[in-house]
Design a protein around this ligand. Structure first.
Ligand SMILES: NC(=O)c1ccc[n+]([C@@H]2O[C@H](COP(=O)([O-])OP(=O)(O)OC[C@H]3O[C@@H](n4cnc5c(N)ncnc54)[C@H](OP(=O)(O)O)[C@@H]3O)[C@@H](O)[C@H]2O)c1
Length: 254
């Protein structure tokens, strides 16, 4: 039985809480957040605390809090030599206060409030300062997922930059596509099969080989027509920047 405390009440804290509550080999002995809110509507109030000085004993303390708060909150913990992990994609392990043992328990997925996550497919990037802590973190992650990776702080930072490109920026492009469709009264759902195929394809062929479209074809007439169609300055700039990036990668001029 692994006893954990979850600190924070945001997206990651809520998803981890829900996921761990479904497993008998892990007990969430306590949840701390500064507003004293429930992580899920039916959570019993007696294991939620608002005062960090009332933290109980546990095997692992999971700081599922904003990156900026990890250093400060880890410095407020009222004990020493226990295992404290954060869940950040980019904060180094060393940001955790040195009075306790440090680790990272980073679930590499995008968590939103109302979207259920199947943790079976979520890669966990684990880091610790010694083998014993690494093992217990792996054991904890293996309760939720089969995809567990030893990733250093340096590697995780790079992975996170890559994740920003493939997830956050891509989602912004989906949002632009949605806006353009709405503006012209076309249902965005017509594009769903294309979106799905784009994401699926790069799991079987290298993204460099999957690139299609007017930029790689150097189809200047289409590019000019598209730029004329766009009314929004920011959309035009993004279109130009990405077109130039594709053409420079494949050796063609706009
Ligand atoms: N969302 C994702 O997709 C995702 C994925 C993987 C990893 N992560 C990482 O997981 C961590 C949490 O992310 P999140 O998305 O769950 O964030 P979030 O939804 O914005 O929640 C942040 C939590 O941190 C708490 N917090 C902030 N400053 C605090 C302080 N000084 N003292 C105590 N609590 C404080 C907030 O409490 P209040 O409500 O009181 O402000 C809130 O409960 C971050 O390190 C993030 O990088 C996020």
């Amino acid at each position: 039985m692994i006893r954990i405390v979850i600190l924070g009440a945001g997206n990651v804290a809520k998803h981890l809480y829900t996921a761990f509550c479904n497993h008998k080999s892990v007990t969430v002995v306590q949840c701390y957040n500064r507003k004293g809110v429930r992580l899920v509507p039916d959570q019993k109030e007696d294991n939620i605390i608002q005062d960090i000085n009332n933290l109980t004993e546990a095997d692992i303390y999971i700081l599922a809090i904003s990156d900026n708060a990890i250093e400060e909150v880890s410095g407020l913990l009222p004990f020493n030599n226990r295992l404290i992990v954060h869940t950040s994609g980019s904060a180094p392990i060393d940001v955790i206060n040195s009075r306790n043992k440090k680790g990272v328990f980073y679930p590499l997925q995008s968590f939103s409030k109302d979207k259920i996550i199947d943790f079976n497919t979520v890669p966990f990037c684990i880091e610790a300062q010694d083998d014993r802590d690494l093992e217990i973190l792996k054991k904890l992650a293996s309760v939720l997922s089969k995809k567990i990776y030893d990733i250093s702080s340096e590697q995780r930072n790079v992975l996170h930059v890559s994740a920003v490109f493939v997830n956050n920026f891509t989602n912004h492009l989906f949002s632009i596509g949605n806006d353009i469709c709405n503006e012209h009264k076309i249902p965005f759902e017509i594009l769903y099969p294309l979106i799905e195929e784009t994401a699926k394809k790069i799991t079987t062929i290298n993204p460099d080989l999957a690139q299609t479209g007017p930029a790689i074809r150097n189809d200047s007439k289409t590019i000019k027509r598209h730029l004329k169609t766009l009314n929004n300055t920011s959309q035009k700039e993004i279109y130009k920047t990405l077109t130039e990036a594709i053409q420079s990668k494949y050796g063609k001029k706009l």
